[in-house]
Design a protein around this ligand. Sequence first.
Ligand SMILES: Cc1cc2nc3c(=O)[nH]c(=O)nc-3n(C[C@H](O)[C@H](O)[C@H](O)COP(=O)(O)OP(=O)(O)OC[C@H]3O[C@@H](n4cnc5c(N)ncnc54)[C@H](O)[C@@H]3O)c2cc1C
Length: 567
Amino acid sequence: MIPRWLLEADRRGLPATEVAVLVVGSGVAGLSTALELPPELPVLLATKARLASSATRYAQGGIAAVLAADDSPGDHWADTMTAGAGLCDPEAVRVLVSEGAAAVRRLQRLGASFDLEGGRLALTIEGGHSRRRIVHAGGDATGAEVERALAGAVRSAPNVTIAERTFLVDLVTEGGEATGAVLWSAGDAGGPRLVRAGAVVLASGGAGQLYASTTNPALSTGDGIAAALRAGATLADLEFVQFHPTALHLDSDPRPLISEAMRGEGAVLRDQRGAEVMAGVHPRGDLAPRDVVTRGMAARMAELGVDHLFLDATGVPAARLELRFPTILARCRAAGVEPTRDWIPVSPAAHYLMGGVLTDLDGRSSLPGLYAVGEAACTGVHGANRLASNSLLEGLVFAARIARAIPAAVPGRWSDAGTPAGEPFPLAQAAPDQRARDSRVAAGGGDRRIDGVRGQLRRLMTGRAGVLRSHDGLAAAAAGIIGLSGRLESVTAAGGRERWEVANLLQIGAALTRLAANREESRGAHSRSDHPEPVEAWRLRQVVTRRPDGGLDQGTIEVPAPEEARR
Ligand SMILES: Cc1cc2nc3c(=O)[nH]c(=O)nc-3n(C[C@H](O)[C@H](O)[C@H](O)COP(=O)(O)OP(=O)(O)OC[C@H]3O[C@@H](n4cnc5c(N)ncnc54)[C@H](O)[C@@H]3O)c2cc1C
């Protein structure tokens, strides 16, 4: 699917440049990594849209961190472990919760302005948390504020070159190490670029676009995860996809999210008859972990034969709603719903990918030279189900750790502040015959057949590999993906961003359905109608790698016992 000539770009004399570190993606994870790296290391930050385009900027509820006097890392650890349903890596969670407060303070020092109450950080609560520990900004516009603060700081970092509208096509490996990437820049001086790097950091986000109904923006197509798979890195936990219970029930892409924090402030899920959906389902009721609420809703919707339920926020004082949720209120009003008076129609939507590129606690993947952070990574902190507001936190905490680990790992020539070798980025125009080929490749985008494959894949995944799964459904999804991959191959256009994105989604979809079919139990976000209970023997994480012939090899890794890590 990736044109062979592109992958052989270096041999064909493409202009090449070198940087110490290539960071792919400009959400919380990529921006934080670029910023935290030592200023003497030249960094290229490549991002496929504008700098501020990311899932990060849609984040509403906030960032979970231990900041209150009545809270402790142990409590945050316990809540995260409980949500993760036995599959969290206890040590990774310990790192997350113990380094979280410092990460929030760093953001404040960069100028991020969080909401205050009585002069102190205002803290709210979301599903699965036993304490009020979630900081937020602009009421429900936390991600936008985080993105604003980080992007501003990165723009003024002299060692960081920003390449917008620059797409990671594939990673380059030599001798079993990641040594760079083929990037594709849009625009007049655009075309393929070969970037050699001492370290490559994938911060390219999740893959919510695998599903027809998602809160994720159009750019969440799992490009970095798929590129890592093709390059030989190990992926983990891909079968765990979190569905957010309360997306506004609209036929839009993405679906606007109604933050869990609204339930934290007292809103209640109701069915068409007015009955409370979560009453008697879980001791924490509307604030049960997300997978529990999503399943509770799915069961009620099936029972009543309806495609949505309601969130009743009319019991929350109107002034409080206006203060805390200005963005959500505006979106509801645009759809003709007045939350201070009306129940809000809601239904679950794909929201977060717990799996990704398997990393250690410093973001190293199994492929030397390749790091991953944020939603593209699988550090083990989320297990089978992410605790609300732990993902911005994960991006911040692990970006700082990667930035501390990389200087010792990049080749010595960078340690004394070298100038980038080769040409500066963006590189000079390619030769005329190269440009002709490039424009044919770029023209591959916008093809209706490619859009058709993307749409069919998304419907297939929603119907067969979504909230409720079964052996037969997953087998149908796997077969469908093979058929759709064939159809994509037959589209004659050579490439283009749209085509590469669909190819990436198909590759992740194939690995995801494989792991979901193997896991014959229900755990966390993975629910099987044919295996409805958790099975102790499945308290294992699944990993997957790609063989040189394109097939997938799968395996399992043990989850350390929680007691060992807590000591
Ligand atoms: C609506 C919504 C609300 C949320 N609310 C919260 C919340 O309140 N709290 C919380 O903790 N989490 C929340 N989340 C989850 C959280 O926002 C994400 O998990 C997190 O922001 C991911 O950050 P990231 O940097 O890993 O990826 P992203 O923010 O998705 O950034 C990925 C970046 O990579 C770039 N990219 C992707 N592919 C390529 C490519 N091929 N080449 C070059 N660049 C590429 C993208 O353009 C983008 O800049 C929410 C998510 C959504 C969608």
